[in-house]
Design a binder for this molecule. Structure first.
Ligand code: ADP
Ligand code: MG
Length: 473
């Protein structure tokens, strides 16, 4: 391990950055290093943070998410007065093209903005496809939670604009929507040389506003209408933005008319999008709507093992299990835990990490996870049987009486939605049913919810009440 730098005068951001890079260099693979870290330039020291410039806002937020905690840990070990790193887009403080040696030094002169303001800087990113080359199908782990979404994504990237147009992917945060969309973009670009653009709906909005201000809406329209594949992430954010919706509606229609593929993602299904014009909702439902559920334990283990492999980090099986078991639902949190573990393994010179070390490093994180109300099959079964006034044995049984079938379907559906248990585990918990029965039941509930509003409201009411009761206990 490197000796901490001995800074007796003002800390120099250049020197600190070079040392921090040396620190992480060995651990992240040459290709990733060249792609993401080499283009960065230290800009200034601001209080306890080193501010570093990235070529654009996409790289800034990507590096922040993927290497931020590792680099922050390295900085802190080099100089305890500096304990975090902030990445900003090069032009976000209005100093595009400025030489790095000018940018280095006093924070007061530069006052760079931190990434929270990055969306403003994306306004000037201009043309470019915004694709992250690491988000590919190869690095995407398929599990029960995303099987259909993955199959649909693969199918449209092989023959865009023909089968499902648009493809609408929804699911809660951190389940892999962005990764999958970008995989479609990377595949279509690399395999078929298609013209692809990926944008968050906020970027679409910002670029549209800029084009209005600069009176070059024609160029804006041409950029989007002259594409083979348009990927718009987190479409829920255009809710309430009427002008943008109108523009998007026309863009969508043009692309669709010419059989160009559109892929959209959102945190909820089209019907539940707030303040969105009806005609847009109906367009979104034209193609295929698929969801991604939180991954079950087996899939979480496979994801974390794969992430470790990509980072050249040797992760023992029992440590992967420990992480995946304790951090449920959001893959981003799981990845954050791995990044912290890798950083700390480096700082403590650990060649091999074990469960005891992992638990000591991540105890705060695990603590938070433990404090969340625990939802397991038994809790759901007890609650549902109380709610519908039936016995737990009846809930688990096979009797086809209508007064039992509905609660059973709902209990299975809630278990699938809320616990992250695998289909076989749920089958086991419901009296030893086959996993295909469980899958069939969940699909049946979803199908009925999409056709029968009263049933949908019933399920949603039960779900809400269950969550409320859980939080109040
Ligand atoms: P979302 O867009 O749904 O919020 P992301 O696509 O940003 O989620 O995923 C968060 C992180 O988790 C990313 O780094 C992504 O690579 C990873 N991830 C999620 N699901 C998978 C998966 N099935 N295979 C591999 N990585 C995944
Ligand atoms: Mg996303």
């Amino acid at each position: 391990m490197k000796k901490p730098l001995d800074f007796n005068g003002p800390v120099h951001s250049d020197a600190l950055w070079i040392e921090a890079l040396n620190f992480v260099k060995g651990r992240i693979g040459q290709a990733d290093f060249n792609l993401w870290l080499e283009p960065l330039k230290p800009s200034a020291l601001q209080d306890d943070a080193l501010v570093v410039e990235a070529p654009d806002s996409f790289s800034a937020s990507w590096v922040q998410n993927h290497y931020g905690s590792e680099i922050s840990a390295a900085l802190q070990s080099l100089n305890p007065a500096v304990n975090r790193v902030i990445f900003i887009a090069k032009d976000s403080a209005g100093k595009a093209g400025q030489d790095a040696s000018h940018a280095t030094g006093s924070a007061q002169q530069n006052e760079p903005q931190i990434p929270a303001a990055a969306s403003a800087s994306t306004r000037r990113t201009g043309p470019g496809n915004n694709l992250n080359p690491l988000y590919t199908f190869d690095s995407f782990i398929i599990g029960e939670n995303n099987r259909l979404a993955h199959a649909a994504a693969l199918s449209i990237s092989q023959s865009p604009g023909t089968a499902y147009n648009p493809l609408f992917i929804y699911g809660q945060v951190g389940v892999g929507k962005t990764h999958l969309m970008q995989a479609v973009g990377n595949f279509a670009k690399a395999q078929a040389g298609l013209r692809v653009v990926y944008l968050s709906s906020e970027q679409f909005l910002n670029e549209f506003i800029d084009s209005l201000l600069n009176k070059n809406t024609a160029a804006f329209r041409n950029r989007f209408r002259d594409l083979d594949l348009l990927l718009i992430d987190d479409i829920q954010f255009i809710g309430g933005k009427e002008e943008t919706q109108r523009e998007f509606f026309h863009t969508f229609n043009t692309l669709h008319d010419y059989h160009k593929q559109v892929v959209l993602s959102s945190d909820r299904p089209p019907k539940e999008l707030k303040n969105l014009e009806r005609r847009l909702v109906s367009r979104f439902e034209w193609g295929l709507v698929v969801d991604i559920q939180p991954p079950d334990l087996e899939t979480r283990i496979a994801i974390i093992e794969n992430k470790a492999r990509l980072k050249n980090f040797s992760l023992p099986k029992e440590v992967a299990f420990c992480l995946a078991e304790k951090i449920e639902g959001n893959v981003r949190s799981l990845e954050g835990a791995l990044t912290k573990l890798i950083a700390c393994a480096g700082l403590y010179n650990k060649d091999v990490v074990d469960v005891v070390f992992t638990e000591s490093i991540l105890k705060d994180l695990f603590q938070n996870e433990n404090n969340k109300p625990k939802i397991d099959i038994t809790a759901i079964q007890e609650w549902v049987s109380r709610y519908y006034n039936i016995k737990i044995s009846e809930l688990k049984g096979d009797r086809r009486q209508q007064s039992l079938v509905l609660p059973r379907q709902i209990a299975i559906y809630l278990t699938r939605k809320l616990t992250g248990a695998s289909l076989p585990q749920i089958g086991e918990g419901f009296g030893g049913k086959n996993h295909t029965t469980i899958l069939y039941t969940c699909r049946k509930v979803e199908d009925k919810m999409s056709k029968d509003v009263i049933f949908k409201e019933e399920v949603e009411r039960v779900l809400l009440k269950f969550k409320n009761d859980l939080n109040n206990n």
